[in-house]
Design a protein around this ligand. Structure first.
Ligand code: FES
Length: 119
């Protein structure tokens, strides 16, 4: 068990480890993001958590970036380096890679399935 000191924390990344994402590379995505954070010595700035299904299985692998509330879809392990660089530089990753949709109004990018309302 760990109790981290989050005084320097700037970003919390939720990495979907639900069953659909796990069948489509989420373990590799998780390891690649965490590896990039460690390699760049950004562990105190960027915290990651594995989650269960985030309800957007069609978009696997799903990553959510807080506090900005940006949801990324079709995230691949080879996106990790640029993603972590963008967090460090304070620039928007969604301008570097098109795999995203944004919260606040939950805007979907082209070719992102709308999905269904909960009952
Ligand atoms: S398993 Fe990742 S969104 Fe459902």
């Amino acid at each position: 068990m760990a109790t981290w000191n989050f005084d320097q924390l700037k970003h919390h990344i939720l990495i979907c480890n639900g069953s659909t994402c796990m069948r489509n590379g989420a373990e590799e995505v998780t390891q690649s993001i965490r590896g990039e954070i460690s390699r760049k010595k950004l562990d105190n700035m960027i915290h990651t958590s594995r989650t269960r299904c985030n309800g957007r299985c069609q978009d696997k692998c799903v990553i959510v970036q807080y506090p900005e509330g940006i949801w990324y879809k079709q995230f691949q392990p080879n996106d990790s380096s640029a993603f972590v660089d963008a967090l460090y530089e304070g620039v928007s990753f969604d301008q570097k890679v098109s795999h995203y949709y944004k919260d606040s109004k939950f805007q979907r990018t082209n070719n992102t399935k709308k999905g269904v309302f909960k009952k």
